[in-house]
Design a protein. Structure first.
Length: 101
C-alpha cells in the first residue's frame, strides 16, 4: 500500500525539491507537476510530488496518518477527528439513493 505524505517545499532545483513533513526531510521528484513555489504543500507518493495541497488539506491528511499510528498503538483517535465526533455519518451526494436526504 502506498500512502501519500503531505510535505512542505523548502527549496526547488529544477525537477526536484527539498521537502519536509512528518518529522523528516527528503528530496522529492517534481517530474509529475510544475515546480511549486517554496512554502507550498504537496502530496508525496514514493518520493514523487503528485499534487499541490492547501494547508488545511495537508493538516487533515497529517491528522489521518497520525490516527493510523495512534490506533495501531492502541490509543484513542477521537481528538484527531473532532469534525466527525458526535455526528451521524453521511454518504456523499453521488452515493445517496434518489430522493434520500
Amino acid at each position: 500500500m502506498c500512502l501519500g505524505i503531505p510535505m512542505r517545499v523548502l527549496a526547488v532545483d529544477g525537477l526536484s525539491a527539498r521537502c519536509v513533513g512528518r518529522g523528516e526531510t527528503r528530496d522529492v521528484s517534481l517530474a509529475l507537476m510544475d515546480p511549486p513555489p517554496v512554502g507550498t504543500w504537496v502530496l508525496v507518493h514514493l518520493d514523487t510530488a503528485r499534487q499541490v495541497l492547501t494547508e488545511d488539506e495537508a493538516r487533515l491528511i497529517d491528522q489521518a496518518l497520525e490516527a493510523v499510528d495512534t490506533a495501531l498503538a492502541g490509543g484513542s483517535v477521537d481528538h484527531l477527528f473532532a469534525d466527525l465526533v458526535d455526528r451521524d455519518p453521511e454518504l456523499p451526494p453521488h452515493l445517496r439513493a434518489e430522493g434520500a436526504p
